[in-house]
Design a protein around this ligand. Structure first.
Ligand code: ZN
Length: 393
C-alpha cells in the first residue's frame, strides 16, 4: 500500500477506532504503583524508522503522539525507575508484564500445510493448543491473574500476564517460569526434542496431553505427519530402540499412507513391544513424548526471559498484513479465526464491502479488552486496600 494512503488510514484509525483511553488504562495498570510515564513505548514508522524510549504521562499525550507520528507499529517495553529517554539508557527496569510469544514459524519442522509466514485453519490448531495449555498452567500452576491473549497480526499469538506477582519477577524468575513451561527443546540437529525422564509424568504435562488429545486425531488428519517416506522417517528417528523402530517401519510401510491409521498401528506395536520388554525406561513415555513434540506450545524463551524486550502492543496494526492485533479470551480460542480479524482498510473505510463486519468484530474485541482492564484494576485496588500494593523489586 502507498505510504500516503496508509498514513491516512492509520490517522483515521488512531483518531476514531483505536481504544485509546482503555489502552492507556491497561498500560498504566501494568505500571502500578509506578507512574505511567516510566513505561517505555516505541514506534515503528514508515520505511522501518524506529523510535525507542517514548513515554506518556496521560492518555492525551498518546493521542497527540499518535496523530503526529502515525506509527505503523506500536511496541511496549519495560517500566523503568524514571521516565525513559535516549539519554538515560542506564535506567533500571523495575517491572514488566510476563510475556509469551508463540509463532507458527517455530512449528515449521512439524506442520505440513504451510511454511514460513503462511498460516491456515489447519495449522492454527497448534495456536489453539498453545493458548489452552499456557493459559491453564499460568492460572492454575502459578496462580497468576490478568492473563491477556492477543493475536500478533500474522502467524502467532502473544500473552501478557499483568498481575503484580508476574510483573515483579526478576529475569531469573522469568527464566524459571519459561523453563517450567518449555517442554520442547533442541535445535534442528536434534531429532528427539522431548524427554520425560521421571517415572511419573508431571501433572502440568498430563494436563497438556489431555488438551492435545482433544484434537490430536484431527491434527493427524490435517497434517498427515507420517504419510510420506520423509514424515515416516521423522517418526522412526524418535524411537530410541532400534528393534522397535525396525518393526514399526516394516509394518507401517505396508499400510496405506493415512497418518491416523499409521499412528494407531504404531501405538499398537509399541504397546506389544513394551509388554514383551519391560523395564526399558527410555521408552516408558514414548507416545506422550511424540505427541508433545508434535503439538506442545513452542515458546520463544528469550522474549519471556528478557525484562526489556519490546513486544507489539494490543490493537497495534500488523504492518505487513494490515490486520489489527485484536485481543481474544482463552476460552474462545477454538472459534477465533485469523481470517476474520478486522483489516485496517475495512475498519476505517465505511464504503469497504466488509466494513460493518470489521466494525462489529473490533467492537467485540474492545469489549473483551474492557472487561479485562476492569478486572485488572479491581484486582490492583483490592491489593492496595489490603496494604499489599508494592512490587517486590
Ligand atoms: Zn497451515
Amino acid at each position: 500500500m502507498d505510504v500516503p494512503i496508509l498514513n491516512n488510514l492509520l490517522s483515521i484509525y488512531y483518531r476514531s477506532k483505536f481504544p485509546l483511553s482503555l489502552w492507556c488504562r491497561w498500560v498504566a495498570a501494568g505500571c502500578s504503583p509506578l507512574p505511567l510515564a516510566n513505561r517505555e513505548l516505541s514506534f515503528t514508522l514508515a520505511e522501518d524508522v524506529y523510535i525507542r524510549y517514548l513515554s506518556i504521562r496521560r492518555a492525551h499525550d498518546l493521542k497527540l503522539l499518535l496523530q503526529k507520528k502515525c506509527p505503523y507499529k506500536i511496541d511496549i517495553g519495560a517500566v523503568y525507575d524514571s521516565e525513559p529517554s535516549i539519554s538515560k539508557q542506564g535506567s533500571t527496569v523495575l517491572a514488566r508484564e510476563l510475556v509469551f510469544d508463540i509463532d507458527l514459524t517455530d512449528y515449521d519442522d512439524v506442520r505440513t500445510c504451510c511454511q514460513g509466514a503462511d498460516i491456515c485453519q489447519k495449522c492454527w490448531k497448534f495456536m489453539v493448543i498453545a493458548c489452552q495449555v499456557l493459559d491453564r498452567a499460568l492460572t492454575d500452576d502459578f496462580g497468576f491473574t490478568g492473563v491477556l491473549w492477543v493475536y500478533s497480526g500474522r502467524r502467532g499469538i502473544h500473552c501478557w500476564v499483568s498481575c503484580a506477582e508476574a510483573r515483579s519477577l526478576s529475569s531469573a524468575g522469568r527464566g524459571a517460569v519459561a523453563d517450567y513451561l518449555a517442554v520442547v527443546s533442541g535445535g534442528e540437529s536434534q531429532a528427539k526434542k522431548v524427554h520425560l525422564n521421571s517415572d511419573n509424568i508431571h501433572t502440568s504435562i498430563k494436563f497438556a496431553i489431555e488438551i492435545i488429545d482433544k484434537t490430536f486425531e484431527e491434527i493427524l488428519v490435517d497434517q498427515q505427519f507420517f504419510s510420506t517416506p520423509e514424515g515416516l522417517g521423522k517418526l522412526l528417528k524418535l524411537i530410541p530402540d532400534e528393534t522397535l523402530a525396525a518393526q514399526v517401519k516394516k509394518s507401517i510401510e505396508e499400510l496405506n499412507t493415512d497418518s491416523v491409521l499409521r499412528w494407531k498401528a504404531f501405538e499398537q506395536i509399541y504397546k506389544t513391544f513394551c509388554r514383551e520388554h519391560t523395564g526399558n525406561r527410555r521408552m516408558k513415555h514414548l507416545v506422550e513424548e511424540i505427541k508433545l513434540q508434535l503439538c506442545y506450545p513452542r515458546l520463544d524463551i528469550n522474549v519471556t526471559k528478557g525484562l526489556n524486550h519490546l513486544l507489539k502492543a494490543p490493537f497495534s496494526v500488523h504492518p505487513k498484513t494490515e490486520k489489527i492485533c485484536v485481543v481474544f479470551p482463552a476460552e474462545r480460542v477454538t472459534s477465533f479465526q485469523p481470517d476474520s480479524v478486522p483489516l485496517l482498510n475495512d475498519l476505517v473505510d465505511d464504503e469497504a464491502p466488509n466494513h460493518s463486519q470489521a466494525v462489529s468484530s473490533m467492537q467485540e474485541s474492545v469489549a473483551i479488552f474492557q472487561q479485562h482492564v476492569f478486572n485488572l484494576e479491581k484486582h490492583t485496588k483490592r491489593k492496595r486496600e489490603n496494604g499489599n500494593d508494592t512490587l517486590d523489586f
